[in-house]
Design a binder for this molecule. Structure first.
Ligand code: NAD
Length: 542
């Protein structure tokens, strides 16, 4: 540490801009969108601060217009993956010794760069590459990433302040060392903020990283790299490498200095990573930290005392914003028979008013799903629901891939609470509803708890406080983020630390102290002032 007990700025959430018609931010983000749309961007690998280009490239295409190529990204082979690991390990010595206030300064600067000069570009890239509306891009790429960076700096200092008791003759100090080795960060397509936070949180605590972004987020991944570089992250500390995920993971996870994985993505991939770590456990110098935030089958449970319009709004927003491609998106709902007709009426009215199309047209509430694989999966589940006798598609159900990967916001009603779409994560704009008898509340709570393998988010809606209390208790283990009278999405850094258990992840709560603690290996230092010179204790006396 430097010469002083420094205090970092108190973290505050970044205010969300409105982008209302006529606002200056609307015009400037649309200008950035146009510029990036026509820029034919090249995204190289970034290894040891150098741009690396290989012979292996892929196109970047907007999901809402899949014939348009907006850029190219380069993919690594084995040797570039090894270069990235070596570059991280070479940077480790200096970075891990850097005083914390300098690390804090770098990431606080990154936050302000996003809040100011990079805001339009990172939002526009997220709109183009991930098909987010401007509002969804703003709350993710700008605000959430800024919040992660600001709050993590504050959490870091809170961790460092946690020290053991000392006595007059011994001073006890806890030193929060970074991990001995490098951290492998693997990010999903759906949140630009998560892509930035996975390496930044580990690096903030003094670690070096090899970061593999998703193929479907490369445009905004490059802007994250630009921001980190301008903020002063030294060469080699965060190496960004896109490659075939299996090849890359094999290279990384057979390396003796592999010290941890920071993953967000699907449950099946995370399980394969954990298996691979187990297979290679004798190779490593240290037991790797394994952090994974994974899938969900998130629910809205309504009690008969719930206000129907509130329930319908929670479903409309919770299930369909960003086309249901949030790990927290509501994808199953349990509605009592007595209020279902009213809920259905309001839900229908809301969905009828949704407009779908390109995010450049800001009147659109819904855009495309991420890629053809996702489109095909959604279409096949929807087609099955049209055939199956225990399910009915009551709203939406059309899929059109002629221009973009467009799937109508779809509502399925089932008479079978264990129907496939009540259990399986589809990751798209589809919600399945089970209508239950009002007097089966307790049994339905049990169903909610037992229906899926996941435990990420969920909400209870109702005015009857006894019923709310009963649900809060009965659903204790089936959601890591539980909401009362709200939709089950929209966690804010610093307010609702995010993560779930069971098949949904290790629940290390991104954007909290709990997550940062995974990236340190504390060293206890006891310093004795008057060191004994005789082994004999008084009890040994004659
Ligand atoms: P994904 O699992 O397909 O991909 C995530 C990352 O893993 C990508 O970078 C991908 O290239 C990589 N990957 C794919 N196969 C791999 C392999 N065999 N070995 C190593 N890496 C591999 O997920 P996605 O489609 O990008 O994102 C959607 C999923 O992420 C959903 O399941 C969603 O619930 C989950 N998610 C969870 C959270 C959370 O906080 N719990 C947040 C966002 C997304």
């Amino acid at each position: 540490m430097g010469k002083g007990f420094f205090q970092v700025p108190v973290a505050v959430n970044e205010p969300i801009k409105s982008y209302a018609p006529g606002s200056p931010e609307r015009e400037s983000v649309l200008a950035a969108y146009k510029q990036l749309w026509n820029a034919n961007t090249e995204v190289p690998l970034y290894i040891n601060g150098k741009e690396v280009r290989t012979g292996n490239t892929s196109d970047i295409r907007p999901p809402h217009d899949h014939q348009k190529v907006v850029g190219t990204y380069y993919r690594a082979g084995k040797s570039e993956v090894q270069d990235a690991i070596n570059s991280a390990l070479a940077a480790r010595k200096q970075w891990s010794q850097m005083s914390w206030e300098h690390r804090a300064g770098i990431f606080l600067k990154a936050a302000e760069l996003i809040a100011g000069p990079y805001r339009d570009r990172i939002n526009a890239a997220t709109m183009i590459n991930q098909s987010k509306t401007i509002f969804q891009a703003e709350i993710d790429a700008a605000c959430e990433l800024i919040d992660f960076l600001r709050f993590n700096v504050q959490f870091m200092t809170e961790i460092y302040e946690e020290q053991p008791e000392s006595t007059s003759d011994a001073w006890n100090r806890l030193e929060y060392r970074p991990l001995e080795g490098f951290v492998y960060c693997i990010s999903p397509f759906n949140f630009t903020a998560i892509a930035g936070n996975l390496p930044a949180s580990a690096a903030l605590m003094g670690n070096v990283c090899v970061w593999k972004p998703s193929d479907h987020q490369m445009l905004s991944a490059q802007i994250i790299v630009d921001i980190f570089r301008e903020a002063g992250v030294p060469d080699g500390v965060i190496n960004m490498v896109n490659a075939d995920p299996v090849m890359m993971t094999d290279e990384v996870m057979t390396h003796p200095d592999f010290a941890g994985v920071h993953f967000t993505g699907s449950t099946s991939v995370f399980r394969s990573l954990w298996t691979k770590i187990g297979e290679n456990i004798n190779t490593y110098k240290t037991y790797p930290k394994i952090v994974g935030e994974t899938g969900g089958k998130d629910f809205i449970m309504a009690h008969s005392s719930a206000v129907p319009k509130q329930v319908a709004t929670a479903i409309a927003r919770g299930a369909f914003e960003f086309q249901g491609q949030k790990c927290s998106a509501a994808s199953r709902a349990y509605i009592p028979k007595s209020i279902w007709p009213e809920v259905e009426k309001h839900l229908r009215a809301a969905i009828d008013s949704f407009k779908m199309g390109s995010p450049e047209d800001m009147s659109n509430f819904i855009t495309a799903v991420i890629h053809e694989g996702s489109f095909d999966k959604l279409e096949s589940y929807i087609n099955n629901a049209k055939q199956d006798t225990d399910a009915e598609v009551i709203i939406g159900g059309n899929c059109d891939k002629s221009k973009g990967w467009f799937v109508d916001p779809t509502v399925i009603v089932t008479t079978n609470p264990k129907y496939a779409t009540m259990e399986t994560e589809l990751f798209g704009p589809v919600i399945t509803i089970f209508v239950y008898e009002d007097d089966a509340y307790e049994a339905t709570l049990k169903l909610v708890d037992e229906t899926s393998e996941y435990a990420l988010t969920g909400s209870i809606m109702g005015q009857d406080r006894y019923a709310v209390q009963q649900a809060t208790k009965a659903l204790e283990n089936c959601a890591g983020n539980f909401y009362i009278n709200d939709k089950c999405t929209g966690a804010v850094v610093g307010q609702q630390p995010f993560g779930g258990a069971r098949a949904s992840g290790t629940n290390d709560k991104a954007g909290s102290k709990l997550n940062l603690l995974r990236w340190v290996s504390p060293r206890m230092i006891k310093e004795t002032f008057v060191t004994p010179t005789d082994y004999r204790y008084p009890f040994l006396g004659e």
